[in-house]
Design a protein around this ligand. Structure first.
Ligand SMILES: [Zn+2]
Length: 388
């Protein structure tokens, strides 16, 4: 339950201010041509979305349609958890053990929390923000890919950065629309949180994510059941930088965050597993910490997106898109017009066909694939380069 006693109020204030932040800082370096082709986008989202950082109204036909696509009988009937405005669980003792509520006792059930020994799953939460271009510049410079758990509201506000990250071949994943505690939401509210974010990413990038990280790690078997129905794999972490506590006026120093990384590096020779680490692209401080510590991580572990470390070359529903994996898949696009769900579309020149994933979803709703619009033919092929 400790996770829910963190300063929810301070995080929500920061996220809300990010939503009204000035235009992103221009990149200091030229942005490379996209590796993943992007659909046309004129700067205006065509879809109808909830207000930023607001829990969506669930009475809309859109939400009803999404709910109708799910088999709710397969979702455990676990009560919605009540939390205070500060994020503290009300009546934690009433939560049944069968809920496997991570916020209560770090209970894990099929969630990805680690990578193989020697591998570091690199992830940044809460973007895109006005600070993201600095991080993305550095990732480009170091030929490094990461998993970016995006807040839907921030995708609308900072769409230029989101679009850049998609094209760069980072793994884009969902981190809800409004960053509330997942277990405190009704089924309809939670589905809307995921699907509106998914819709914005699809509209902007032409891809449909299949990985999800719950804000604050807050997840139980009801939420997992809904995610499975929507075709998502949940990702938590085994190492937490607590970098968000470096918020302006926060209580954590940069030195403390740096020391945490140094301690993990010192213990690496004794590792019995690789890691998935929680970092944020939320503040200037967190981006600075990411940039400072990444070179040290790269010298200690193979650093890559989470999907890459579990050898899932298709972290999007669009199976013609491949992202590089630990065991050799290469980032690229197969433009065969008849690509169907389930085909592994390894990019031309890929040297390995990945096997084995940590996917938990066995009931992904069948959905016809949408061919990605190829806006830049020259950007289609990026074979022959290991891009993690
Ligand atoms: Zn978050």
């Amino acid at each position: 339950m400790l996770a829910k006693q963190l300063s929810l109020a301070s995080i929500m204030v920061a996220l809300a201010s990010a939503a009204t932040a000035p235009a992103p800082t221009p990149s200091s370096t030229p942005i490379p041509a996209p590796l993943i082709p992007l659909p046309p986008f004129n700067g205006t989202f065509a879809g109808s979305y909830p207000p930023t950082f607001a829990i969506a109204a669930t009475s809309s036909p859109q939400v009803a349609k999404w709910m109708s696509e799910l088999n709710l009988t397969a979702v455990p009937d676990i009560p919605v958890v009540k939390v205070t405005s500060g994020g503290t669980i009300v009546s934690p003792n009433s939560i049944p053990a069968s809920a496997c509520d991570w916020s209560v006792d770090n209970c894990i059930n099929k969630d990805i929390t680690t990578c193989p020994v020697g591998v570091w799953g690199l992830s940044y939460d809460d973007g895109p923000t006005e600070f993201s271009p600095q991080l993305y510049d550095f990732l480009d410079k170091t030929n490094q890919k990461a998993t970016l758990f995006y807040i839907g509201s921030n995708v609308l506000t900072n769409w230029q950065s989101a679009r850049r990250a998609c094209g760069a071949g980072h793994q884009i994943a969902v981190h809800t629309w409004s960053h509330h505690y997942s277990t405190s939401l009704t089924n309809e509210q939670f589905v809307a949180e995921v699907k509106y974010t998914e819709m914005a990413i699809k509209e902007l990038c032409g891809v449909t994510p299949t990985y999800f990280r719950p804000p604050y790690g807050d997840i139980d078997n009801r939420i997992r059941g809904l995610l499975t129905q929507m075709g998502y794999t949940s990702v938590i972490w085994d190492l937490d930088t607590n970098d968000w506590e470096m918020a302006p006026g926060g209580k954590l120093s940069m030195q403390s965050v740096n020391s945490a990384f140094d301690a993990w590096i010192a213990k690496a020779p004794q590792d019995t597993t690789g890691h998935v680490c929680l970092e944020h692209e939320l503040y200037q401080n967190t981006v600075n910490a990411a940039i400072t510590n990444l070179p040290k991580l790269q010298k200690t572990w193979k650093t890559m997106p989470v999907a890459a470390c579990v050898n899932d070359p298709h972290p999007y529903r669009e199976k013609n898109i491949t992202l590089a994996t630990l065991n050799g898949a290469k980032t690229g696009v197969n433009n065969a017009s008849n690509t169907t769900v389930g085909n592994s579309a390894v990019s031309p020149g890929a040297s390995a066909t990945p096997t084995g994933t940590a996917k938990t979803g066995g009931s992904t709703p069948a959905r016809a694939l949408t061919s990605v619009t190829v806006a830049v033919a020259a950007a289609v092929i990026c074979a022959g380069q290991m891009l993690l």
